[in-house]
Design a binder for this molecule. Structure first.
Ligand code: GDP
Length: 195
């Protein structure tokens, strides 16, 4: 995928702010600080379009980034941030659930996890929920550069086992630092997006 142009479009707080041009959407879910913004930046070759390490968990907004005239990346607010109140957590859940269930232009959800650690209970819940609704999904295990390559197979195995990733499910190891997995992920995204 050749990215000629990537642009921040809107931080949407609800459906009436979602774009209406019907471009395909790729949604990113993952816990706060897992590396979602870094992944977006790496995919679109920009250092800082998606803001990395903004106050984690604070935002309840869905950030839309348009890639060329082809698609949107939709960055969900990170989950699992301790300082978020129960009410905020519930409203996060409602917003995300509604989006995933009703958004016709949604093509693929990237569940971003940290390859260094086993999945959190929230990661597992998210995975189960997405599977339950049979939504198009790819688990992306990022920060791979932070562990030696010889240990990747073990970490990948644990991640897949504990999440319940089945043979045939999409799973990509990734590093925003090195660009590892980028081509593979673009190929997958294109296969879900482009006619
Ligand atoms: P977000 O909250 O999910 O958007 O997470 P960020 O993209 O802001 O990343 C959180 C922290 O992890 C930042 O300090 C990033 O530089 C770092 N980070 C993210 N991805 C990677 C990666 O693939 N490799 C390394 N080494 N660091 C990463």
């Amino acid at each position: 995928m050749k990215v000629n142009n990537a642009e921040f479009i809107i931080s949407a707080v609800g459906p009436d702010q979602y774009p209406v041009d019907a471009l395909p959407e790729i949604a990113l879910a993952g816990r706060s600080n897992v590396g979602k913004s870094s992944l977006i930046n790496r995919m679109i070759n920009r250092k800082n379009l998606a803001r990395t390490s903004s106050t984690p968990g604070k935002t309840q907004h869905m950030n839309y980034y348009r890639v060329n005239e082809d698609m949107y990346f939709v960055d969900f607010p990170g989950y699992g941030y301790a300082k978020v109140s129960k009410t905020q957590r519930a409203s996060w859940g409602k917003m995300v659930e509604k989006y995933m269930a009703e958004r016709d232009t949604l093509r693929l959800i990237l569940l971003i996890v940290d390859l260094r650690h086993p999945p959190t209970s929230n990661d597992k819940m998210m995975f189960d929920w997405l599977k339950h609704y049979d939504l198009p999904l790819c688990v992306v295990a990022t920060k791979a550069d932070k562990i030696p390559k010889t240990r990747w197979p073990k970490h990948i195995k644990i991640m897949k086992q504990e999440l319940g990733v089945l043979p045939g499910d999409n799973f990509i190891s990734f590093s925003s630092e090195l660009g590892l997995g980028k081509d593979e992920l673009w190929e997958l995204i294109e296969s879900y997006c482009l006619p």
